[in-house]
Design a protein around this ligand. Structure first.
Ligand code: F6R
Length: 616
């Protein structure tokens, strides 16, 4: 959470203020409690910061207005952890002498003791943040006679916790020093001219495609168009690979859609077609490892967890072994003394930076000889470092805080692994496996057709639900994963308490909420649970429930029992039904999107959320 951005240049024809403002705006998805910018000119720091979203702050103070001769600027967008989202707690933070400024993403776990020690030495703190100890510690090191770089290096040795940070010093106007431990940091470069640092690549993508991905325990000294990397463990210079990023800029910006969330829902078919091209060899590696494993777990958070629920269902069907899904935050407690050697753990994370997922994996590796198979959307993300094998889903950058296209590419990736397992095990006739494979290949087209032709039926449902503050999404079998993901989307972007639940289990309590007109959405692909789901629909209808159903195009029974139906244009047979979490979920994503609009909410900036949760 939090985004950091920095730029240092030797060019006169650049409006540094605009570069830094646009850069930090592209990171606003990481947090939008406050924003701040520091620039450096004539041996002085110029700090501008305030609480609120960038657009709101811009109306009060122009963050892009920085001294003309400034060649260096840092910026930060915050998701509050330590200290309220106020101006005073906004980054950048500086030292007592106002010579050093720091922007930071992560958490300094030992900040209380550091702060106490610093206060005892007379340092005055302006904020409640953990970050503020950093400029003060650097200040002390410099007073002890170390130079800027040495002072940062020595300060980092005193910190425990996670950080991606960028520091500038008025006496070193030609350098920005950055460092990384467990929080993402990338460096963009236009050689000989300008260097950028950022929490994520889209921040500088319109400016350069050349970038370095920093690893944990690395420090970099950025100068205009140059960068030097140092391994903090060995204190030695290191060479890093300069990568060329081939994402289109369009993919990282809104491209004509009103919101990133909508754009990203409409990108699902292309994202999935790209994901279909994942190397078969890599899929087979995953398939082989799972086939020979005795104990298999899958772990993730939020949407990635619901993608995992869908994926484990599909894989278990083809593998013939049960896969246990455990929320990453509960992984240690659940498996405290039962994790076995040779277990295989599938970790699923869009960002690859979710701290609880990383910690679950690190813990498992520290306890037992386990194999980690990771599915992530971000090359080089932290999670990949702890993994034996990694598949990178091809969703491209996802800026909307609500995960949409990445959910579908995650389920698709797990389904592709399942198909490879089916081929290995030959559990069904070869011609049957081909039919499953063909059905899976058709899923992007099914979604494309749905998105083209069904928006009006979604809007009808949204209007029907306008007055409903809470309701259920019910399902059986694999569709429980779909229901849970739909419930999560509606909660986070439409601010409605919508619970995704098992239709059968709802009889054991939740049904008592049902009154005349209480809405219930039933997820009803015609799979092996369909007949029983009819019974559940009847039970809720008999109690006055307003029935909304998500069904396939030629559905007869449940749609007849419903007040209103949304039809997914796909054949209703077993080859397609097993992949229904992929083809049915976009309808619920759109429903959440339009419900947010109806209630005047910004779907790209759900309240209290950050795209990447890097705190426990
Ligand atoms: C919901 C959402 C979150 C994430 C969760 C895990 O729309 O985006 O629930 O799915 O924070 O994030 P990753 O997948 O990056 O580990």
């Amino acid at each position: 959470m939090c985004g950091i951005f920095g730029v240092i240049t030797n060019q006169d024809n650049i409006s540094l203020g605009n570069v830094v403002l646009e850069g930090i705006k592209r990171l606003e998805y990481r947090g939008y409690d406050s924003c701040g910018v520091v620039s450096l000119s004539n041996s002085k720091l110029y700090i501008k910061k305030d609480s609120g979203k960038i657009e709101e702050i811009q109306k009060r103070i122009d963050l892009a207005e920085i001294p003309n001769n400034s060649k260096l600027a840092l910026a930060h967008t915050r998701w509050a952890t330590h200290g309220k989202p106020t101006r005073i707690n906004s980054h950048p933070h500086s030292d007592c002498s106002n010579k050093i400024a720091v922007v930071h993403n992560g958490i300094i776990e030992n900040f209380i003791e550091l702060r106490k020690a610093l206060s005892e030495r007379g340092h005055i703190f302006k904020s409640d943040t953990d970050t503020e100890v950093i400029p003060h510690l650097i200040e002390i090191k410099m007073k002890e006679g170390l130079d800027f770089k040495e002072s940062v290096v020595e300060t980092l040795k005193l910190l425990t916790g996670a950080y991606a940070l960028a520091v500038c010093h008025v006496d070193y106007p030609d350098s920005i020093i950055v460092a990384r431990k467990e929080s993402p940091l990338v460096i963009g470069i236009i050689e000989g001219k300008t260097t950028y640092c950022a929490s994520d690549i889209p921040a500088f993508l319109p400016l350069t495609r050349k970038c370095y991905i920093m690893d944990d325990d690395e420090l970099a000294i950025l100068k205009a168009g140059e960068v030097e990397f140092i391994n903090l463990k060995t204190n030695e210079k290191i060479e890093k690979e300069l990568k060329t990023i081939d994402w289109s800029i369009d993919a990282a910006e809104k491209g004509g859609y009103e919101h990133f969330m909508l754009k990203e829902i409409y990108e699902e078919p292309t994202a999935m077609k790209r994901t279909m091209k994942i190397s078969k060899d890599l899929l087979r590696i995953f398939a082989n490892i799972l086939w020979s494993a005795e104990n298999i777990y899958i772990t993730a958070a939020g949407t990635s967890f619901y993608a995992s629920l869908a994926g484990k269902f599909i894989i278990s069907r083809f593998l013939g072994k049960y896969i246990q899904a455990i929320e990453c935050s509960e992984f240690q407690t659940q498996l405290f003394n039962s994790l076995k050697n040779e277990s295989v753990i599938i970790a699923v994370s869009q960002s690859g930076e979710t701290i609880d997922t990383i910690e679950a994996i690190r813990w498992a590796k520290s306890k037992r000889n386990v194999k980690i198979l990771t599915i992530t959307n971000v090359v080089g993300s932290s999670l990949t470092r702890y993994s034996d094998h990694v598949i990178v889903t091809q969703a491209g950058p996802e800026i909307g805080v609500a995960a949409t296209k990445t959910y579908n590419t995650q389920v698709l990736t797990l389904a592709l692994i399942a198909i490879e397992i089916a081929k290995l095990r030959k559990i069904e006739l070869e011609s049957e496996i081909e039919k499953y494979e063909k059905a899976l290949e058709e899923t992007p087209q099914i979604i494309e057709n749905f998105l083209k032709n069904n928006v009006d039926s979604i809007k009808d449902v949204v209007n029907t639900l306008e007055k409903s503050v809470n309701f259920f999404i019910l399902a059986r079998g694999i569709s429980i994963a779909t229901a849970k993901e739909g419930g999560l989307k509606l909660k986070e972007v439409a601010c409605r308490f919508i619970e995704g639940y098992s239709a059968a289990h709802a009889k054991h309590g939740p049904i008592s909420l049902v009154r005349e007109g209480f809405p219930i959405i039933f997820i009803a692909p015609p799979d092996e649970t369909y007949q029983r789901l009819i019974g559940n629909v009847m039970e809720f209808k008999a109690r006055g429930g307003k029935i909304i159903s998500l069904v396939v195009e030629n559905d007869k029974y449940i749609s007849d029992l419903s007040n209103i139906s949304i039809r997914i244009p796909q054949p209703g047979n077993k080859y397609y039904n097993i992949f229904s979490p992929i083809t049915f979920t976009p309808a619920l994503q759109l429903l959440a999107y339009y419900a947010a609009l109806l209630h005047g909410l910004d779907p790209d900036k759900p309240l209290n959320l950050s795209k990447t949760v890097t705190v426990h």
